[in-house]
Ligand binder design. Structure first.
Ligand code: ATP
Ligand code: MG
Length: 222
């Protein structure tokens, strides 16, 4: 029976850095797949900053996907301080184990028809001193979605991220500019066209969402 199952459809959401909207974009993708009737699992290799007391990445991802996964099943490493995962782990007296991450991500994928994985920070963030987020993305092998801001500075940040992905043999399925304003400026519209041309990648946009109400979100198909 298991051998006849299709490989789960996977997507890996990374970004040009922290706080660019990876969780929101991953949640919108997960919500879209779930809305199409798929059983969706979500995954995030490590979460830091739990001390800050806002809705965690794994809570929003779980809510958007309609998943019943536990905190542990979504994010096997969870830390209080808002630090890079390699440092947050060290402060807790441990080291993130790549093999444990691969097993946990594999279990999430095996439980669903589609899996949406959110990265941590950007592609070159260390999960452990010798294992970068990009290494984990390569281990999973899912196509990447790169989340970037729409405004000044985004051309350079986005092209650097796309180049770093491709240098490791990773496929970039799309760039998502987020949050995309209702009335984009000349600069924002130009950024969209310039990144599309220079990175040779499809550019999608996601508007400001009412995060409390996933039913109101527009679909995001990658
Ligand atoms: N399209 C959007 N609609 C509504 N809120 C948004 C949107 N994009 C980002 N935000 C808000 O901006 C903040 C950063 O977004 P988000 O948490 O998704 O970033 P991130 O890249 O996942 O950050 P981290 O690196 O901490 O994981 C959050 O408060 C989020 O609610
Ligand atoms: Mg996030």
């Amino acid at each position: 029976m298991a051998a006849e199952r299709d490989q789960p459809r996977g997507i890996f959401v990374t970004g040009t850095g922290t706080e660019v909207g990876k969780t929101v974009v991953a949640a919108a993708i997960a919500r879209t797949l779930a809305g199409e009737g798929m059983r969706v699992a979500v995954f995030k290799p490590a979460v830091t900053g739990l001390d800050e007391g806002v809705e965690t990445d794994y809570e929003l991802l779980r809510r958007a996907a309609g998943s019943t996964q536990s905190d542990e099943e979504i994010a096997p490493y969870r830390y209080g301080p808002p630090a890079s995962p390699h440092l947050a782990a060290a402060l807790a007296g441990e080291e993130i184990d790549p093999e444990r991450l691969r097993r946990a991500a594999g279990a999430a994928a095996a439980s669903a028809e589609a899996v949406v994985c959110e990265g941590v920070g950007g592609l070159l963030v260390p999960l452990s001193p010798g294992y970068l987020l990009r290494d984990f993305a390569a281990d999973l092998g899912y196509p990447l979605v790169v989340v970037a801001g729409p405004g000044l500075g985004t051309i350079n940040h986005t092209l650097l991220t796309v180049e770093a992905a491709r240098a490791a043999g990773l496929e970039v399925a799309a760039v998502v500019l987020n949050p995309w304003p209702q009335e984009p400026t000349e600069i924002e519209r130009s950024n969209r066209e310039t990144i599309a041309a220079l990175a040779d990648v499809p550019i999608l946009t996601l508007p400001q969402l009412d995060l409390a109400n996933p039913a109101s979100w527009p679909p995001l198909r990658v």
